[in-house]
Ligand binder design. Structure first.
Ligand SMILES: Cc1cc2nc3c(=O)[nH]c(=O)nc-3n(C[C@H](O)[C@H](O)[C@H](O)COP(=O)(O)O)c2cc1C
Length: 245
């Protein structure tokens, strides 16, 4: 029997394995470990409301009800609903000994994932591209154009991007994790993104909204929409949310 040729994915899996003689150490690097990015040049920052859900969604029922939804009505999402979705995915839930902790877990509490939003229909927010400023709990407005068409094309033409109220664009800053985990950091980055994606699904379901995460996209097209270089920071995952049709 001939063995299938090993592709880069197989090599990646092998070369990022921990073995008993390849664990190594690391030097703590506070600057690289800084767990959030800011855009001081953003033309405006919209503070997120400190929203609390009106009803207590039953956890097990939400889990059973979660589904990928891809068809949305034309109605808007409220700013409060958006704030809850942001909280579920990136909200700070604790401070301990100088570290911050968020709603979704992260390897080494290093939080390599950043959030950008492409807003289509959020009550009180102009259409455009925003970056989530974690420190200020606000949305930094980066671009005011309607990017729905371009973002849809970049997501392999998946029309749910155009019809949703908002698209979450999650990037990774590998350096935030690599100083500690070296090449294995890439595994953790994707696991972190998966946790964040699931939190978005569950929060959307609890709010009776529809959500679908997206892994199929032209990486460099999304990177250029949000203005990141694809090396020091690169898109890893998307998620759309809207009102279910
Ligand atoms: C990593 C990942 C990438 C995905 N990418 C896409 C995508 O590009 N387009 C899409 O329509 N659904 C995408 N999905 C949603 C899956 O198709 C969906 O989760 C799967 O069909 C199971 O259905 P459920 O989520 O309703 O349980 C993705 C899901 C995951 C976890």
């Amino acid at each position: 029997m001939t063995r299938a040729k090993k592709g880069i994915g197989d090599r990646y899996q092998t070369e990022t394995k921990y073995t008993r003689d390849s664990l190594g150490g690391f030097d703590f690097d506070v600057e690289r470990a800084k767990p959030f990015k800011e855009y001081p040049e953003a033309e405006r920052i919209f503070s997120l409301p400190d929203s609390r859900p009106e009803s207590r969604a039953a956890f097990w029922e939400v889990l059973a009800r979660r589904r990928s939804e891809r068809s949305f009505t034309d109605s808007m999402l409220s700013f409060d609903e958006l704030a809850l979705l942001v909280f579920a995915t990136q909200g700070i839930t604790a401070h301990y000994k100088g570290y911050l902790f968020k709603a979704a877990p992260s390897a080494g509490a290093l939080y390599p994932i950043e959030t950008y939003l492409m807003v289509n229909r959020i009550d009180g927010l102009p259409k455009g591209v925003y970056h989530l400023n974690i420190a200020k709990n606000g949305l930094e407005l980066l671009r005011t154009e309607d990017m729905a068409g371009q973002l849809t094309a970049a997501a392999l033409g998946q029309s749910m991007v155009t019809h949703s109220c908002v698209t979450f664009i999650w990037t990774a800053i590998p350096g935030r994790s690599k100083w500690k985990y070296r090449e294995r950091a890439y595994r953790y980055i994707y696991l972190d993104a998966g946790h964040i994606g699931q939190n978005l699904y569950l929060a959307a379901t609890a709010l009776n909204l529809g959500c679908c995460t997206i892994g199929a996209f032209f990486d460099e097209e999304i990177n250029s929409i949000i203005g990141v270089d694809g090396v020091n920071e690169t898109t890893v995952y998307l998620g759309v949310v809207g009102n279910i049709k």
